[in-house]
Design a protein around this ligand. Structure first.
Ligand SMILES: C[S@@+](CC[C@H](N)C(=O)[O-])C[C@H]1O[C@@H](n2cnc3c(N)ncnc32)[C@H](O)[C@@H]1O
Length: 456
């Protein structure tokens, strides 16, 4: 019998091993393989170690410099620092702050816009296959990722879509963006993907000494502009003088909550002909066309009828609940569930005109079972990145819904949950994908499900 390895003083045998040698800075010449979820591509060193390489494209030959990992690690992270054989999809990054070790906000600045969408499509296809065992055909998806309206621009032009930008502040008080997987700040003079309403505030031109971060918000469909300041411990708030009028909020040092300094504690966003109040810290889609694009995709997929009962889960300030309330008419009913207290107040305010809408506060997984609801005609779920999970999907599968719309910002969580829905007797009827985050690796999907027995 083999003797047990001797324990170190700390009591753990693993601690006794010499630490694995860091490979940070080591360079490898590699042939780059397929794209992987997260804004990088897969390559292998000659020894067979997996590298997740950023700033490259499939098919390229590059020198990859390791940014994270050690000998024997399951995988290493790396940046392509020299491109030996470029892909035909490669372009000069239009943003001066993009590149190895620089701003971490965008992943695909160096790819043609059409290629960015193809890469996102490949990631969705791979996740669907691997986690749900679905081909694009089986998911009712044509394999394309659609740009948002107005985002198809001439070569070299970049859509300025980010209506909410989180700036970090460096030691000298300069506003910038975080480097990839780092707390370091890349000071910038202008973020190309920031919406005009954000750029107009001139955040990057001000001194923000004493602040840890600043979020700038430019609402769509109203002139509302807001900045949310997070001061460093003990720092005084600056007098905020920007190039346009803004309301100012601050993050409380003790409670982490968002508090009003001056102006309205919310912005007004518009979608589907309705104004939505969104309080600070509340969720609203970042691309100006996103709310409407997703709302339309959901309504086209669900085809609500008068008198339907519908659930809007993870409802935020009520985007889908509002659209459903219009369509199910006064004989129908809509229940929204949302965990954020302020978002619930906003949803109730936004949809106060509809008696048929009820909004419950709390986590879907605990509130839904408590409601005692046993049936629904239609369900929309738009969970955060982690997805809904097995327990919630199982519960939803038992409500007998005619159709379910799953809005997903992470194709991996979506694919996993589609697998659970299949176990619950649902099949994917259609899937659509939208490029609502150009230049980044993020992508939004809308899957429409129906009972499998019906679809077969
Ligand atoms: C992706 S957002 C969708 C919001 C809304 N559907 C929209 O389009 O504006 C997800 C929302 O789920 C809420 N949330 C996160 N976890 C939750 C949970 N376990 N139960 C209920 N709501 C949750 C968040 O506060 C957020 O408002």
């Amino acid at each position: 019998m083999q003797a047990e390895p001797k324990k170190s003083q700390a009591g753990n045998a693993e601690d006794a091993r010499p630490p694995a040698e860091s490979l940070i800075g080591r360079e490898y010449e590699v042939e780059v393989g397929p794209v992987a979820h997260g804004g990088h591509c897969i390559a292998r060193t000659e020894e067979g170690q997996v590298l997740f390489v950023r700033h490259t494209l499939p098919g390229e030959r590059v020198i990859a410099r390791v940014t994270e990992g050690e000998e024997g690690a399951r995988f290493l992270r790396a940046d392509a620092v020299t491109v030996l054989e470029p892909s035909k999809d490669r372009v000069e990054a239009p943003c001066p702050y993009a590149g190895p070790g620089r701003c971490g906000g965008c992943d695909w600045q160096h790819a043609k816009p059409g290629a960015q969408r193809r890469l996102k499509g490949e990631v969705i296809a791979e996740q669907l296959q691997r986690l749900a065992g679905l081909t694009p055909e089986e998911a009712g998806w044509d394999g394309t990722v659609m740009p948002a309206e107005g985002d198809k621009l001439p070569p070299g032009e970049v859509p300025s879509w980010r209506t909410r930008v989180q700036y970090a502040v460096d030691e000298d008080g300069n506003a910038g963006l975080r480097r990839h997987r780092s707390h370091e700040v890349e000071p910038i003079e202008h973020c190309m993907i920031a919406a005009e309403g954000v750029s107009e505030l001139g955040i990057e031109q001000r001194d923000w000494s004493g602040m840890a971060s600043i979020e700038a918000i430019a609402a769509t469909g109203s002139q509302d502009r807001q900045v949310i300041l997070a001061p460093k411990p003990g720092a005084r708030l600056p007098i905020v003088e920007l190039d346009k009028p803004v309301s100012v909020m601050r993050i409380g040092e003790k409670d982490g909550g968002t508090h009003r300094v001056h102006g309205r504690p919310f912005v007004r966003e518009r979608a589907d002909g309705r104004t939505y109040r969104v309080g600070s810290g509340g969720f609203w889609q970042v691309h100006p066309k996103a709310a409407e694009t997703l709302m339309l995709a959901v309504m086209q997929g669900l085809t609500p009828r008068k008198g339907d009962t519908a659930l809007d889960l993870y409802c935020g300030v009520g985007l889908f609940a509002g659209a459903l309330a219009d369509r199910v008419g006064d004989k129908g009913a809509v229940l929204g569930i949302e965990s954020g207290k302020r978002a619930v107040e906003d949803a109730r305010h936004n949809l106060a005109a509809f008696d048929r809408v009820r909004i419950e506060q709390g986590k879907v997984e605990s509130v839904l079972p408590r409601t005692g609801i046993t049936e629904a005609d239609l369900i929309v779920l738009d969970p955060p990145r982690a997805g809904a999970g097995k327990q919630t999907v199982r519960h939803l599968s038992g409500l007998g819904a005619r159709r379910i719309a799953y809005v997903a910002c992470d194709p991996a969580a979506l694919a996993r949950d589609l697998g659970y829905f299949r176990e619950g007797g649902y099949r994917v009827r259609t899937l659509r994908a939208f490029d609502l985050f150009p230049m980044t690796h993020h992508v939004e999907c809308v899957a429409i499900l129906e009972p499998a027995a019906k679809g077969s």
